[in-house]
Design a protein around this ligand. Structure first.
Ligand code: SF4
Length: 498
């Protein structure tokens, strides 16, 4: 157990703005009276190291979906749907109204649930804030994802709850005096022509113009002497701007305090792991499931089935390994590890795996194959420490040992040169130059899983997969086995429909 307080990292004693965080203790939800939070006060409570990491990973799943939605240019309704689904599973956050219905004992239980949800939200935000404050790039990505998450919470919150939350905050908005509003009537109406009939009943607030760059950029606001005049109705932009600028400042303060954490050998590996996952924009939820036939029965793979299955359904990383194995009759150590665990988790029994590998290593003597036999069985948990090793996820493959000369493991989207990737996309999938350009742009932006997801969509278009569908319902690629399973399911579905 350890305490999560990082007040040093937040710049010391909270300011006046920070301590107004919990004024409505009377609603029985202290210290979390609202579902919305500006995260101004760091948590100071005991939690376990497991909670510290697990809660952060759960939040990271939501943020990764937000990043993926942005990288795939998804609309706001699509992004909202993705956040909704992922939050429900990993970071549920219900409104206060949940605790106000039913019997007294039911309401008390609901109150405890709300408090537990909000505690997790609070702690996980601050853990990721630490993990993401390490570089400019991570700070930028965290800021965007957290602001988007806040926007979703804001838009899905009840009006009364929003207003109560706003009253609890200490925002620097100033009401525009009525006589000033009249004085600039013409300029204000030029920006808001639809207000012509209602102008005298409207009201405006003024904020420094740089707090609402989106409105200034779109010329949706009147700017006067460095202040932007915003209709009180456009509260969402204002609140988002407050959230964003507050978090940006806090991230910079946290970054300055980070060296002080370097000595904590419990926290630093966790924070590094979290920020690495975030760089890849994907976290995997995959747990192995057998491939099933059209009757829904699990199929047992045989050695003979491996090559056609991989050529038809596996992602480029595994396809590349198989093509290299077929051409050279050999794979180097890391490649063997990556491929063996992939095939194991697809449902290839160890006896069939030994047949497959022995045949593939056709230029080797039985004696030379002995050590490989041991390593294959080791991967199945049948030798040595008998660990049941999982198949590698995209995050593990992309962030693991990069392939050296002659090596073929890794992720082609991460580790191939542009020319080689382009050639592989043409050779294996016949992807057009225009589609390749889009895939290569995702790769250049570091969104490897987005590029891989687009390849899945393009190569399954004949089965009705469209842009934005991903592996199904917008799911992005996060695991080679999940990719293969989704491709297999599509083919089975097509057979059933035919
Ligand atoms: Fe394989 Fe994942 Fe890379 Fe796709 S993104 S090629 S599944 S490692």
């Amino acid at each position: 157990m350890f305490r999560t307080g990082v007040s040093g990292a937040e710049g010391g004693t909270p300011s006046r703005a920070q301590v107004v965080h919990h004024p409505m203790r009377g609603n029985g939800l202290a210290p979390y009276p609202y579902r919305l939070s500006m995260y101004q006060v760091p948590p100071v409570q005991d939690i376990t190291v497991e909670e510290f990491e697990q809660w952060a990973l759960d939040r990271l799943r939501v943020l990764a979906d937000i990043e993926t939605a942005a990288a795939r240019n998804q609309s706001w309704p699509e992004t909202k749907a993705a956040i909704e689904a992922r939050s429900a599973a990993h970071l549920p956050l219900h409104s206060n109204s949940v605790a106000q219905s039913g019997t007294a004992s039911g309401a008390a239980a609901k109150t405890q649930e709300l408090l537990a949800e909000r505690r997790k939200d609070h702690v996980s935000h601050f853990v990721l804030r630490l993990a993401f404050s390490r570089t400019d790039e991570l700070r930028r990505r965290f800021l965007h994802a957290e602001t988007t998450l806040f926007r979703w919470k804001w838009e899905t919150e009840h009006l009364a709850e929003r207003e109560a939350f706003l009253r609890s905050q200490d925002f620097v908005w100033r009401a525009v005096p009525a006589e000033q509003q009249q004085r600039f009537r013409e300029q204000l109406l030029a920006v808001h022509p639809r207000m012509a009939a209602t102008f005298d009943t409207e009201s405006f607030v003024q904020v420094p113009w740089h707090r609402v760059p989106d409105l200034v950029e779109k010329r949706r606001v009147f700017v006067h002497q460095g202040t932007a005049w915003i209709p009180t109705k456009e509260q969402t932009s204002l609140v988002l701007a407050e959230f964003q600028s507050g978090l940006q400042a806090q991230l910079e303060l946290t970054a300055r305090a980070l060296p002080r954490l370097d000595e904590d050998d419990r926290l630093m590996p966790v924070l590094e792991h979290l920020s690495m996952g975030s760089m890849l924009g994907a976290t995997s939820d995959y747990s192995s499931a057998s491939l099933v036939n059209t009757d829904g029965e699990a199929i047992t793979l045989t050695a003979d089935m491996v090559v056609p299955l991989v050529r038809q359904h596996a992602p480029l990383c595994m396809r590349h390994l198989q093509e290299t194995l077929s051409a050279k009759h050999h794979l180097l150590h890391q490649s063997r590890l990556q491929y063996n665990l992939f095939l194991k988790e697809l449902g290839l029994p160890v006896e069939e795996a030994l047949v497959f590998w022995r045949r593939s290593f056709s230029q080797m003597t039985d004696d030379q194959f002995k050590s490989h036999r041991y390593n294959i069985r080791h991967g199945y948990g049948l030798e040595g420490g008998r660990h049941n090793y999982p198949a590698r996820s995209c995050t593990t493959i992309i962030s693991g040992f990069p392939p050296g000369p002659q090596e073929t493991h890794g992720c082609p989207f991460r580790h191939f040169s542009q020319a080689n990737l382009s050639a592989a996309l043409s050779t294996h999938y016949h992807i057009s130059p225009a589609d390749q350009a889009e895939i290569l742009a995702s790769v250049q932006a570091g969104h490897y899983h987005v590029a891989c997801t687009r390849v899945f969509e393009l190569t399954h278009a004949a089965q009705g997969v469209r842009r934005g569908d991903g592996l199904g319902q917008g799911e992005s690629v996060s695991h080679p086995n999940r990719y293969t399973e989704a491709s297999w399911q599509r083919a089975q579905q097509a057979t059933t429909d035919a």
